[in-house]
Design a protein around this ligand. Structure first.
Ligand code: AHR
Length: 500
């Protein structure tokens, strides 16, 4: 069983925007408290943030982090999270039925992000609040000095403006579960006016409007159209969200989740372009896939009607080899849409459906999904090349026939580095990969081939065995005298092959 494609740098999809490797920190469960922030931890810095987690975040290679929600933001008063810690109120967070102590707020988060070189992507509350709270937060964060909100920030110890460039206009307001859920027209009007007012404070900001919270929503497609009819001129990006899980033992479809993401992106692009045509607009809407991941939501269903708690353990999924192959494959899908998808955020960063897990005051470790994310973020840069593979197809109940091989190729003209990302989604047969390299400035050789795979497709990393599943070097991958790359991909495996 062989899958073949041709690599030619003359055929480009688009530039890789490094913001495709974004992540997400929500005030939810243990993402913030005992996740990134744990003053009692032996590695905590003076501000209370965990040094071990900071090290893993650096290694993950994410350049962007969305904050503070998520469903949480739709009931959040940002003013609760600034100023002297002792004066901050304890609030009931209706989204996750948690007690929010507000010990971490805007300045603490932005200070942590700055220390790690992460660009923040802040969300404003358009659920229970509106234009005024949104524009005052922008003024608090970004205005240099000499106004009530900026001087308040300075009085809180943040002398320099934070310079937050990227702002989400609310979160998932199409969802009936969302505090302050709205119709598309209600939301579209509010997003347009809030965005306008925020830009009046800081003209340099970029704005993301909420698309649907999933392709399965009954209003999917019409929500995007109606929101953009109201807000097209004011916003720079439209958001997409999607979570994937294995349902009813249908692993073939789960491994093909990239096909679902691919269709969702195509549908949102078509809808946005329809509004553009009707409006005769010049701007082509770009997309922000600002929540995506594997999430075993069915397991969480039993956790509804949550007891109110301070730092509850919520949706701390443990990921397997199969989940890591799916995450790696979803990243390939995002890259193949580099012409339209500019931003994407793996949801979330620590503990809550996350690549990094921690114990309060204790250990931290990398989940299986950490590895394809970190290696993709490190090596897939430059331009995404157009490549079309031929090869075996797999029958999937949910998506019909999908290629066994998933792949994407990036080419960094400056360094000459060529990166082939590939996955074999077949559960029982190995796959031979053959890629004809042409039009390159020199003869290429294999610098490194790393694979994430295991005979046990359910193997996972745990606190007791944190390195049970790690990427391992593969030998025997070659480029022959005719410039054909040859590699063997075991069943259910993810690969990065670096050429130079
Ligand atoms: O990431 C977990 C939750 O999923 C977010 O709060 C929400 O936006 C989405 O439904």
């Amino acid at each position: 069983r062989t899958a073949r494609f041709t690599v030619d740098p003359d055929f480009t999809v688009g530039e890789v925007d490094p913001r495709l490797y974004g992540t997400f920190v929500e005030h939810m469960g243990r993402c913030v408290y005992t996740g990134i922030y744990d003053p009692a931890h032996p590695t905590a810095d003076a501000a209370g943030f965990r040094g071990d987690v900071a090290g893993l975040v650096r290694e993950l290679g994410t350049p962007l982090v969305r904050y503070p929600g998520g469903n949480f933001v739709s009931g959040y008063h940002w003013e609760d999270g600034v100023g002297p810690a002792a004066d901050r109120p304890r609030r009931l967070d209706p989204a996750w039925r948690s007690i929010e102590t507000n010990r971490v707020g805007t300045n603490e988060f932005l200070g942590w992000a700055r220390g790690l070189g992460l660009a923040p992507m802040m969300a404003v509350n358009l659920g229970t609040r509106g234009i005024d709270a949104a524009r005052s937060l922008v003024e608090y964060c970004n205005h240099p000095a000499g106004t009530a909100w900026s001087d308040l920030r300075i009085s809180h110890g943040a002398r320099e403006p934070h310079g937050v460039r990227l702002w989400c206009l609310g979160n998932e307001l199409d969802g009936p579960w969302q505090t302050g859920h709205k119709t598309a027209v209600e939301y579209g009007r509010l997003a347009a006016e809030a965005g306008k007012a925020m830009r009046q404070v800081d003209p340099a900001i970029e704005l993301v409007a909420c698309g649907s919270s999933g392709a399965g929503m009954p209003t999917f497609g019409s929500w995007e159209r109606e929101v953009l009819e109201q807000a097209y001129d004011e916003v720079d990006y439209l958001s997409l969200h999607a979570y994937y899980e294995e349902l009813d033992g249908d692993r073939a479809s789960f491994l093909a989740s990239g096909a679902g993401m691919d269709a969702q992106i195509a549908d949102v692009v078509a809808t946005a372009d329809h509004v553009r045509a009707v409006k005769r607009a010049k701007k082509r809407m770009r997309l922000s896939f600002d929540e995506w991941n594997v999430w075993y939501a069915q397991r969480f269903a039993g956790e509804r009607n949550l007891e109110t708690a301070e730092v509850p353990r919520l949706i701390e999924d443990t990921y397997s080899v199969t989940d890591a192959v799916v995450v790696g494959s979803l990243l390939m899908t995002l890259l193949r849409h580099a012409d339209r998808v500019a931003i994407a955020c793996l949801a979330q960063l620590v503990n809550v459906i996350a690549p990094i897990r921690t114990e309060p005051g204790g250990a931290s470790w990398r989940q299986t999904t950490f590895h394809p994310f970190a290696l993709t973020a490190r090596h897939a840069h430059g331009r995404v090349l157009h490549t079309t593979a031929t090869g075996p197809l797999l029958d999937t109940p949910r998506y019909g026939e999908v290629p066994a091989l998933d792949h994407v190729v990036t080419y960094d003209e400056e360094s000459g580095a060529l990166t082939v990302l590939a996955a074999n989604r077949d559960q029982s047969s190995p796959l031979l990969l053959r890629a004809a390299l042409r039009g390159l400035p020199a003869a290429y050789r294999v610098v490194e081939h790393l694979a994430l795979t295991d005979d046990d497709h359910d193997a996972a990393n745990t606190e007791a065995a944190p390195d049970r599943v790690v990427p391992r070097p593969v030998t025997g991958t070659t480029v022959d005298a005719d410039g054909v790359l040859a590699a063997e991909l075991p069943p259910v495996s993810w690969h990065v092959i670096r050429l130079a």
